[in-house]
Design a protein. Structure first.
Length: 259
């Protein structure tokens, strides 16, 4: 089972780039972030014609998450539990029915800038709710993963120039501590379980030739429960996609499970 996470930065603007990658990479499941589309305007039929079941949790012009799956999906939940007043579309989860059932949770964690301010307060509160859902997944002992754009640089080696991020919401001590608290519940950072050291990035800004100079950061993560980590075969970053015409500023991160 090949599962990918991809912040597409606007489904309508990147549909050709996404299509090209889907045909080449052939993932079974894709967790999309920043679709920037309401549900009824998402190009559902386009992807259904490629063999994918499509589930969305959209929002006009901002945010929005989706699941594309070539395998059956059950028990779909839209919205991170814990705050009924939260109208931002940042969470979707479902059970993928393969040889083994896998609970997949797609997320788009708030950026949090500028700091200090209400946007950072919202980020930390969202992380507290995420931790609660993570605790539930651990207690369930099911095969599960949480993947997406976390907007968190976990360690200095996850940035080409970590000193430039010291005061940024993506790398503040409070952000990294909240992320570690979730990991410490019993999750595995899939990418770091297979790859160590610097130079591995999933995001390059559009400004200042960041892609050409490889000035990137790693903020798109897979966190796996223990039962899911036991099935991990491989994980990678398709960084070459960033060089396509009209790319997203993120690239797909994928893993292969024996499921």
């Amino acid at each position: 089972m090949k599962i990918a996470t991809y912040n597409i930065n606007g489904i309508k603007a990147r549909i050709q780039s996404l299509t090209n990658w889907l045909k080449q990479a052939k993932p079974d499941i894709v967790l999309l972030q920043e679709i920037k589309s309401v549900d009824e305007n998402f190009p559902r039929e386009f992807f259904e014609n490629m063999g994918y079941q499509v589930e969305t949790h959209g929002q006009k012009g901002f945010n929005g998450v989706a699941i594309l799956s070539k395998l059956p999906l059950e028990d779909i939940v839209r919205g991170l539990p814990g705050d009924t007043s939260d109208t931002q579309a940042r969470w979707i989860e479902a059970t993928v029915i393969g040889n083994k059932a896998v609970r997949v949770c797609g997320l788009y964690l708030p950026n949090g800038n500028p700091v200090p301010g209400p946007k950072y307060d919202y980020k930390l509160e969202w992380l507290r709710r995420l931790k609660k859902r993570a605790e539930e997944l651990i207690k369930s002992e099911e095969i599960a993963l949480m993947a997406g754009d976390y907007n968190i640089i976990p360690q200095p080696e996850d940035a080409a120039k970590p000193h430039e991020w010291i005061a940024d919401a993506l790398h503040l001590p409070q952000s990294r501590a909240a992320y570690r608290e979730i990991i410490n519940l019993g999750f595995t950072d899939a990418f770091r379980s297979k790859h160590t050291g610097p130079g591995h990035y999933s995001f390059w800004d559009y400004q200042a030739g960041s892609w050409q100079r490889n000035i990137g950061i790693r903020i798109d993560h897979f966190l796996l429960t223990a039962t899911c980590a036991d099935l991990l075969i491989d994980v990678g970053i398709d960084s070459c996609v960033r060089g396509d015409e009209k790319p997203s500023d993120h690239v797909p991160v994928w893993l292969q499970l024996d499921a």
